[in-house]
Design a protein around this ligand. Structure first.
Ligand SMILES: Nc1ncnc2c1ncn2[C@@H]1O[C@H](COP(=O)(O)OP(=O)(O)O)[C@@H](O)[C@H]1O
Ligand SMILES: [Mg+2]
Length: 471
């Protein structure tokens, strides 16, 4: 409930749009009842010969047609307004949420980000927000319009004929009960399908991004087998889903058909006995038909809301994950005048794993050039990534000019450090923006000077767009 409330708060920010959309939704719902009334009066007032003279009946026909036409055009126009406004409100709420999530991604400590694989973060920002957007832009509208439709329809049926309503009204209820029986199984199958789809995508993505390794190590066969194994599991899940869906459709279809037939037969017999008019019967049937939509919506509603809450749980769990630690009493960033000291530094990536670094003490004075040499996996990269606080030491301390770096705001600390990464990473933007990535205010000359220093200026200018080439 608390999650739902928090999710709805994102929508409350756009309440004016919602309210306007709601007004349109009311018009749309009301216009849905034009047709049942039209047919009722068409039968009772126009087609029933006893009703009046041909002129009177023609007059009724013209009036009916005019009203029906006008209201259905109005209803269709209102439907455009409703969908547009709800979509706008939903999209904006979702965009707000994506902005918060995106901001948080780069506030999380690296260790927390390592634990969620890239795919996990993407699915929160994309899929989970999408699921919530469904809640914002359609589920809530559905709840409201369906509630209105159902109430109005039931009331109309009772007014037409309480006896016929007593026979007809339980039909959509039974229909909903049958649907809800299938619900849990369908949901489980749906979740399995999604899980298996994600697994297939993971295997595919890993295999494609590791294509070099797959070839060099001759693993194509094994990778193929791994991929097919995940595909086979996906097939199983999808077939189960299709079979369940079909069974669900048939059972509920039978209930609806038999129920409508029963109501029709009883209504026709009442009309023969003169208890009600033919128009009453047709109208009751029409209105009854309008109840199946809301009935199935209500059944799906719980799972939709449940799915949205599940998605919201993941979104908020992500948003609530603690950000990078910030010093309580930040001391100003030292200019690094005397040097860097690792004092009895210990570090482990995972509390359950052995230390990667143990009792490392090392001093590098300002102006000194130091090289770390050691076998692969001995912790060189790890040691260096402690400096900009990508990770925090788990024992000992790391000092710059005698100041523990945990007392320096991460931003100020990182401004002191230049990094040439082992694996270059290019963002999908211009060469210039990639070079200036570490200093967004860098001038053209500075970028060029950096490129010259890296022996890159010549091949950059050889490209057709030079520094403006998109990479
Ligand atoms: N992000 C990480 N999460 C968990 N373990 C890691 C991570 N990065 C490196 N390690 C482990 O820490 C150890 C040291 O790795 P690393 O610092 O990359 O060594 P080097 O750079 O000297 O080759 C290795 O055992 C490696 O598996
Ligand atoms: Mg390394």
């Amino acid at each position: 409930m608390q999650t739902l409330r928090r999710a709805l708060r994102y929508m409350a920010a756009h309440w004016a749009l919602q309210l306007a959309a709601l007004a349109f939704a009311l018009i749309v719902t009301a216009s849905g009842f034009v047709w049942p009334f039209f047919t009722k009066y068409l039968i009772d007032k126009v087609m029933w010969p006893q009703h009046g003279t041909a002129d009177q009946r023609l007059h009724w026909l013209n009036l009916l047609t005019l009203v029906a036409l006008a209201t259905s055009v109005l209803g269709s126009l209102a439907a455009i307004g409703r969908s547009w406004l709800f979509a706008l409100a939903g999209e904006r709420a979702a965009a707000d949420m994506r902005r918060d999530l995106f901001d948080h991604v780069h506030r999380l400590p690296m260790a927390a980000l390592d634990r969620r694989r890239t795919g996990g973060v993407m699915s929160v920002v994309q899929s989970d927000v999408d699921a919530l957007q469904g809640l914002y832009s359609s589920t809530l509208v559905d709840i409201l319009t369906n509630l209105l439709t159902a109430t109005a329809a039931a009331a109309i049926m009772v007014v037409q004929s309480p006896k016929l309503a007593a026979i007809g009204l339980p039909v959509p209820v039974l229909f909903a009960v049958a649907l809800s029986r299938f619900g849990p199984a369908l949901r489980t199958a749906g979740r399995q399908t999604r899980d298996e789809t994600e697994r297939v995508q993971n295997v595919l993505q890993e295999s494609v991004s590791g294509a070099r390794e797959v070839r060099v190590f001759g693993r194509a066969g094994d990778e193929g087998a791994r991929f097919m194994a995940s595909v086979v599991r996906l097939i199983g899940a999808r077939v189960r889903m299709a079979a369940l869906g079909a069974a669900n459709g048939s059972v509920t279809g039978i209930i609806a058909t038999v129920g409508m037939m029963l109501t029709m037969v009883v209504g026709a017999r009442m009309a023969i006995r003169g208890e009600i008019t033919a128009g009453n019967v047709v109208m009751t049937l029409n209105v009854l038909g309008m109840l199946f939509g809301p009935a199935s919506s209500f059944v799906n509603l719980f799972s939709q809301v449940a799915a949205a809450i599940g998605a919201a749980d993941r979104v908020f769990e992500f948003l609530d994950a603690p950000s990078e630690p910030q010093p309580d009493r930040p001391r100003l960033a030292p200019p690094c005048a005397s040097g860097v000291e690792f004092r009895d530094v210990g570090f482990q990536y995972d509390p359950d794993e052995p230390d990667v670094l143990h009792d490392v003490s090392l001093t590098v004075t300002a102006g000194e050039v130091a090289a770390l040499v050691g076998p692969s996996g001995s912790g060189k990269t790890t040691l260096v990534s402690l400096l900009p606080r990508l990770y925090d030491v788990t024992a000992g301390s790391l000092l710059i000019d005698g100041v523990d770096i945990r007392d320096v705001p991460p931003r100020a600390l990182r401004d002191l450090i230049a990094v040439v990464p082992q694996e270059p990473f290019l963002f999908a933007t211009t060469v210039r923006a990639n070079i200036a990535f570490g200093r967004s205010g860098a001038t053209g000359e500075e970028v060029e000077a950096a490129a010259r220093a890296a022996n890159a200026h010549d091949f950059i200018t050889a490209m057709p767009q030079g520094y403006e080439t998109e990479v």
